[in-house]
Design a protein around this ligand. Structure first.
Ligand code: SAH
Length: 376
């Protein structure tokens, strides 16, 4: 039996490994181990979410950013980046189009653009929630104050996506300018959770300087933080950044990590990201077949899509929103999955006589389960 199989077995049973064990899983990766993880992850994913894939309509609201992250194409000091900002009316129009196409979650993502004050965002959030009461709104606007997160939540935002980028402080400092702090990023994540958001964290796979050690820390962090969502995708260089000549991350390693994350947390919302689809024409299909259960088609106006260039050769920048959803729907149907018309909240397991609804994938009694958060 291949060396890693006992570890994989343990991971599925206990949904937890030590950091050293996660590191062994990373260092010993073989195609056989990947296939074993995939099979188990897909089984768990089907037990929790069936063959439905949740969708989120992604509206890229601004390419202005006050930060200077070394990997990102819209970093402040990239003079060649084309800047735009959608107006609240533009954003509402995207939501209207998205609703008609079947989206029930809108993700407003952007650089850290000071124009989007709480005074501008809160009325917009209230308007979106009033017009589409059956929809969830996710924000992905970077680091803000706790008070701001609270105001946005009170105005109707349901979810917040803030990738932790790396759980290792020294690695964080290598990827970011000195003005950004790992501790602050982590504080933001904790504040978001305390306020009541469904929180998404995540990281790039294969970012410069990342080794099995950093990845093991990411896995342990996610296991303990227990986010509702986790966005991971390969790092892809952008030519006009300091990391322009670094190697891209790999689709295979990204999928391997998706499978592991599915086993750590069976109900985790795991997107098969655009970055996966950019590196490999079948990347998103591979992500779903490794255990992911979410896709995020682009809902931004076609006129701005090429300007939200986080990395080179980003896909889906030329098509209309309807085409994007249609394309993904056909891709998912092609591998036996179906896009849901649904908010796509994380599924809560129902308790079944002392054993949670993840059975038979979990043998722990409710009182001894370290994962009690998913069982209420
Ligand atoms: N400003 C927001 C949104 C950032 S864009 C924030 O700070 O959260 C969303 C994600 O894209 C980032 O968190 C990062 O992980 C990813 N990203 C940025 N540049 C990338 C690149 N070159 N390759 C792959 N992913 C990248």
């Amino acid at each position: 039996m291949p060396e890693l199989f006992p570890l994989i077995e343990k991971l599925e049973r206990q949904r937890s490994l030590t950091e050293a064990e996660y590191q062994s899983l990373m260092e010993g990766r073989t195609e056989a181990a990947a296939a074993e993880l995939r099979a188990r992850a897909v089984r768990v994913r089907k037990a929790v979410y069936g063959n439905t894939v949740f969708t989120r309509g992604l509206v890229e609201i601004s390419s202005w950013c006050k930060n200077d992250c070394l990997y990102c194409g819209i970093r402040r000091s990239n003079q060649k980046a084309q800047r735009y900002r959608l107006s609240p009316e533009d954003i509402l129009a995207c939501c209207r189009e998205g609703w008609a196409l079947g989206f029930r979650t809108f993700v407003l993502q952007g650089g850290e653009d000071p124009w989007f004050t709480d005074e501008r965002l809160c009325p917009l959030l209230r308007q979106i929630k009033a017009e589409f009461p059956d929809c969830a709104v996710t924000l992905s606007l970077g680091e803000r104050s706790r008070e701001s997160y609270q105001r946005l939540y009170d105005a109707g935002a349901d979810r917040y996506l803030l990738r932790h980028e790396t759980a290792d402080q020294a690695h964080y400092e290598y990827l970011h300018p000195a003005s950004l702090s790992w501790a602050h990023r982590m504080d933001c994540l904790r504040a978001l959770k305390e306020i009541g958001y469904q929180v998404g964290c995540g990281f790039m796979v294969g970012s410069p300087g990342q080794t099995a050690r950093e990845l093991a820390k990411d896995l342990k962090f996610i296991e303990e933080f227990r986010p509702a969502m986790c966005g991971i995708g390969p790092f892809i260089p952008h030519k006009d950044t300091p990391f322009g000549d670094k190697a891209a991350g790999s689709v295979e390693l990204s999928c391997y990590l998706l499978s592991i994350l599915r086993l750590i947390q069976p109900n985790l919302l795991l997107p098969a990201t655009t970055a996966l689809g950019t590196l490999d024409p079948l990347g998103r299909e591979k992500g779903i077949q490794a255990g992911a259960n979410v896709v995020m088609p682009n809902l931004s106006p076609v006129s701005v899509r090429k300007k939200y260039m986080l990395y080179d050769n980003k896909i889906c920048t030329g098509e209309e929103s309807a085409q994007c959803r249609g394309c993904l729907s056909a891709r998912m149907a092609g591998i036996g999955y179906e896009l849901a018309v649904d908010r796509g909240d994380p599924k809560k397991f129902e308790s079944q006589g002392g054993v949670c609804g993840a059975a038979p994938y979990c043998a722990a009694s409710l009182s001894s389960c370290h994962f009690e958060g998913a069982c209420d």
